[in-house]
Ligand binder design. Structure first.
Ligand SMILES: NC(=O)c1ccc[n+]([C@@H]2O[C@H](COP(=O)([O-])OP(=O)(O)OC[C@H]3O[C@@H](n4cnc5c(N)ncnc54)[C@H](O)[C@@H]3O)[C@@H](O)[C@H]2O)c1
Length: 348
């Protein structure tokens, strides 16, 4: 069934949802924004525009609300929308900490309304290619997974540069990257270690490196920054049978596998200026095989199809569940603590 929706915060992302949901079961018809220019922009697109949250939430022409305001406003808006009887999609990061998110989850349970988080990067092609490569067992048992997002502009736009608004790269990108890794490897975190830096900012981190040790499984590393003038590949993954590299949001990239076993040739010694090494000499070319990345182009609109199906009672489970968001939030809280104390944080 098709559902009408309303958007709180018709900025960059609010407008993106409006533009990209045209052929999904959610049809946005109204917005609420404090900025008159944004309300004018909404009206120009045929949307009803409110400046009062109360009046917007009292409008019964829609039953889905998207919260797409700066991060520090999410909790109160989500709770208010749920209390008004709306089903709610909240942009990421859903909240600034676990306590805020628990308030939202409690409101959803109290009202019986559906509540989910727009973790849209589960539908990124690169993540799904990696997942496919794992399902096809192209890489064997993984021992290291590195997820990087490297910008070069050194900029954190608008409210993202301010602490009070919930700015910083951990909330902005870290939340996606952690969510992706937990989606792939499960809720098995043993400990978290993180460093953060302010390279071009004064209030919030514009660079962080996070290392997640799993109870069993590979070491996970996330490195994210806005001023990495040499950009490293989006994914670098190594396993007992092969390695995978994905350069950017989907392609290009490659899988490299062993074509011969290690005992079938004798490594040569290479001589560097300061000494020899045999251990680190490159393998002969014919002992390796290179494969194309598996094809995988997921459809992000499944997020909205699933939401409508859950509201209509046609699907039992949300694709993005609040308790998954809570686990991701715990990891982010641990990362901030680790960056502050210089120590790793252990999960029970
Ligand atoms: N999932 C993604 O891919 C993705 C991408 C970008 C942004 N986001 C998230 O979307 C949210 C919004 O980010 P953005 O880039 O669109 O920011 P933005 O600054 O472009 O838009 C925010 C909008 O909220 C409005 N607003 C601010 N205070 C308000 C209030 N009290 N009541 C009503 N409206 C208010 C602003 O006027 C503005 O129009 C953030 O949580 C961000 O992390 C998600």
């Amino acid at each position: 069934m098709t559902h009408n929706g309303g958007i709180i915060g018709f900025g960059g992302m609010g407008n993106w949802h409006f533009e990209h949901t045209q052929d999904t079961p959610v049809n946005y018809v109204a917005v609420c924004d404090v900025d008159p220019e944004r309300r004018k922009a909404a009206e120009a697109k045929g949307l009803k525009a409110y400046d009062s949250l109360e009046a917007f939430l009292a409008d019964d022409s829609f039953d889905v609300v998207l919260v797409a305001t700066p991060n520090n406003l999410h909790r109160d808006m989500v709770v208010a929308a749920l209390e008004a009887g709306k089903n709610v999609v909240c942009e990421k990061p859903v909240a600034l900490n676990c306590a805020e998110l628990l308030d939202m989850i409690a409101a959803s349970e109290r009202t019986g309304k559906v509540f989910t988080v727009h973790q849209n990067r589960r539908w990124d092609a690169d993540l799904n290619i990696l997942q496919r490569a794992m399902e096809q067992d192209l890489l064997g048992e993984l021992f290291t997974v590195e997820s990087r997002v490297h910008g070069q502009n050194g900029a954190m736009y608008g409210w993202r540069a301010f602490k009070v608004a919930g700015g910083g790269m951990m909330y902005d990108w870290g939340v996606h990257q952690i969510d992706q890794l937990i989606h792939l490897f499960g809720r098995k975190v043993e400990s978290v270690f993180c460093t953060m830096a302010k390279i071009k900012t004064t209030e919030v981190e514009d660079y962080f490196k996070l290392i997640i040790r799993m109870k069993d499984g590979p070491t996970l590393q996330i490195e994210t920054g806005t001023y990495n003038l040499i950009q490293m590949p989006r994914w670098y993954v190594c396993g007992s049978k092969g390695a995978l590299q994905i350069d950017t949001w989907g392609r290009p990239g490659r899988v490299v596998r062993a074509a011969k076993e290690e005992f079938e040739w004798t490594p040569v010694i290479i001589h560097t200026a300061a000494g020899p090494t045999r251990t680190m000499s490159p393998r002969p070319k014919d002992t390796l095989e290179e494969l194309e990345l598996p094809e995988q182009w997921p459809d992000w609109r499944d997020f909205y199809r699933n939401l409508a199906a859950v509201i209509d009672g046609e699907a039992d489970e949300l694709l993005v569940k609040p308790d998954e968001a809570l686990y991701v939030m715990r990891i982010m809280e641990a990362a901030f603590e680790s960056a502050r104390t210089g120590r790793s944080v252990t999960f029970e």
